[in-house]
Design a protein around this ligand. Sequence first.
Ligand code: DC
Length: 245
Amino acid sequence: MDPARRAELISRLGTTVAIDGPAGSGKSTVSRRVAEQLGIGYLDTGAMYRSLTWFALDRGVDLEDRRAVAALADELPLRMDSHPRDAHVWVGQREVTGEIRQPRIALGIPHVSTNLDVRHWMARDQRRRMMEARATGSGMVAEGRDITTVVCPDADVRVLLVADAEARLRRRTLELFGDDTPEHVEQVRAQVEERDRADSTVSEFLEPAPGVHVIDSSTLGIDEVVQAVIDLVDADLLRRAETDA
Ligand code: DC
């Protein structure tokens, strides 16, 4: 679609794009690129779980104390800018953009992401952010594990991004080591398998819910995946513009 026409439709109708997928499916890169191309906001919901984990560790709260961690969510002074190219995260005055990617956070996250009270809080907050963005004549791309199913099952476009296990493992190894030699791949294998296991206990994100579009990025380049999502957004905008007229 012509970008000017798309921008006009987005400002008139608003749009929410939900993208779920496992680690290594490419969803962060794809989500950022889609948001940038559409000129709308970007929400990294994983960064929210990471920030709460950071906050709990900073406060010395026992991550296994479910009630205490859930109560902490209400106090979380989280600030995220939604610009897709340069997304920053603050907890209070402290910028934590880099720190929330540290291994100590990754180790603590499963305690936080399996806490159902925390998930409930997160879903409500994430949904509010998406709906506010849509209502202000723009929109948001949100990526995570449960956006298409729990957070925003009524999103205008819902995508499950999948990739076969070997492709995901290769991407993660490249990210960590800068190469994908068999030795490095084997070192990362256990980590990726463990993370898939932990993630799958809290949300079913490897099977699409009804109405969710599946895109397999195993053999597609990033540009092709981005284009496939944009095509879905365009089709949705045109459909809504017609019923609106
Ligand atoms: O996408 P990520 O790697 O930054 O996510 C960090 C962790 O948070 C990951 O282990 C899964 C969890 N998560 C979740 O349970 N639900 C979401 N919507 C997003 C992330």
